[in-house]
Write a protein that binds this ligand. Structure first.
Ligand code: DLL
Length: 437
């Protein structure tokens, strides 16, 4: 196989050079971090007063971890390192309680992010003859605009179709001869099942590749999508705190995701002891961004569980590969690609006085998509025989939840005291989706 590289010198850079580059960029990040209200006192406390105080990459370990909680506490500008007039875009992460985590970009930050996404796309074998349909949510979510810009950078014809509306997606694919799509793996499976239902034959399309990410999926799911659609599926990993997509991506070998180490420093730690795991072992991925001036984030605990491959990749890239993400070390749920914390649901329902104390969250597969059901007891004062009142309450809960978590849940009301009560620590989340990761 011939492999194509977008940034050949960087992608195949010998490791000693790559690590020297990391140190240089890390020092720049320290300069920017020292300008933020959040990091300035933390770095000073660690004895870091300027970039020169970091002598080796190992000195990074002197800096404490940053968590999602810190980002929320720092809302809105605690992590901003440049004057507001120089900021030209923000993105915000879904799946937070009330306060979003917001990331700011200057013009160069956006240019750099775009070039990482272009590197990922090109490395799968795409080029400017491709027609790219970006079937993922645009807006504050980074998947839409991130891939859009990366696709344009490669020179592909980019169709900003966004997610949903499957019938229209087929129409666009047929009209413009789409060769590459980007979606969550669950949406790709959904597309395939609608294709069958609507009698759209795979031969009427020119699809060759798909980029699938933003949620965990198994190797079996990848193979299933590949088999059903007759295409190659590449795993795409990223998170809004680290720009979004473009952090780690599979190359043509489809065997682990190259984590772009000139843009990010990766550590893998034991989430309980916070000590590094041995090379190759599974743990929590911790990332330091090296490619964003406006919002530097150091040693961010992603909560994603993975490990490094220890052997080099056949493609010749020197950047290490991480294994498919197998889960998280916190309680965040990913439902049809949207991040949801159980605490967000609790916050909404517990604020309603007609609602009782007990509730359950259930996630199941409905066909290929995820379905969220929120079961809640009504308060002792609410009569279960007043169906008009109950329906109105149900609808109000549904709408308020949808406004908070952006997905539309099913809501079930139960009589006071009728939902199961766990002994000890309450078990409220029942994730009934098959665990095939
Ligand atoms: O999901 C960014 C993205 C967009 C990645 C498009 C890939 C494609 P967030 O909404 O901040 O950002 O969610 C980040 O999603 O910490 C993981 O838990 C999960 N995640 C993302 N990609 C994968 C993947 C975007 N390939 C969170 N496999 C991350 C498993 C993934 N989980």
């Amino acid at each position: 196989m011939t492999y194509q590289y977008w940034h050949p010198d960087i992608e195949t850079m010998p490791r000693p050079e790559l690590e020297a580059l990391q140190l240089k960029k890390l020092r720049d990040m320290i300069t920017y971090s020292l300008r933020t209200p959040f990091y300035a006192p933390k770095l000073h406390a660690a004895g870091i007063k300027g970039p020169e105080d970091l002598k080796t990459l190992d000195d990074l370990k002197r800096i404490p971890f940053t968590t999602k909680h810190d980002l929320r506490d720092g809302f809105p500008y605690g992590f901003l390192s440049i004057p507001k007039e120089e900021v030209i875009r923000l993105h915000a992460s879904s799946g937070t309680t009330g306060t979003p985590t917001t990331i700011y970009f200057n013009r160069e930050d956006l240019r750099r992010w775009t070039s990482y996404v272009a590197r990922c796309i090109y490395g799968t074998g795409c080029n400017n003859t491709d027609v790219f349909q970006n079937m993922i949510t645009y807006g504050l979510f980074t998947g839409g605009l991130g891939f859009h810009a990366g696709g344009e950078e490669v020179g592909m014809l980019v169709i900003p179709s966004g997610s949903g509306n499957t019938t229209r997606q087929f129409r666009l694919m047929q009209d413009f001869g789409t060769t590459v799509v980007h979606a969550t793996p669950s949406f790709l499976l959904h597309v395939e099942s609608i294709m069958r239902a609507e009698g759209v034959s795979r031969d009427s399309l020119r699809l060759k590749r798909a980029f699938a990410g933003a949620e965990p999926y198994s190797e079996d799911t990848r193979r299933r999508i590949e088999g059903l659609l007759g295409i190659d599926v590449f795993n795409s990993y990223g998170l809004s705190e680290m720009n979004g997509p473009g952090v780690a991506f599979e190359c043509q070998c489809k065997n682990g995701l190259h984590l772009w180490e000139d843009g990010y420093i990766a550590e893998i730690i034991n989430p309980d002891t916070l000590e590094p795991v041995r090379e190759g072992e599974t743990g929590e991925l911790v990332l330091t961004i090296l490619c964003r001036e406006a919002t530097p984030i150091l040693r961010y605990r992603t909560r994603d569980l993975t490990g490094f491959y220890t052997e080099p990749c056949a493609c010749g890239r020197s950047h290490r590969r991480i294994r498919r993400i197998t889960g998280r070390s916190d309680d965040m749920l990913i439902i049809n690609g949207v991040n949801v914390f159980p605490s967000q649901i609790e916050e909404v329902i517990m604020a309603m006085k007609e609602v009782g104390n007990n509730y359950l969250i259930e996630i199941e597969k409905d066909g290929v998509l995820d379905r969220l059901t929120v079961k809640t007891e009504v308060g002792p004062e609410t009569f279960m025989d007043d169906s008009r009142l109950l329906n109105a309450l149900k609808e109000r809960i549904r709408k308020t939840l949808q406004a908070s978590i952006t997905i539309n849940p099913r809501v079930e009301l139960h009589e006071s005291g009728s939902l199961p009560v766990s002994e000890g620590k309450a078990k409220r989340v029942y994730d009934k989706r098959p665990k095939d990761v």
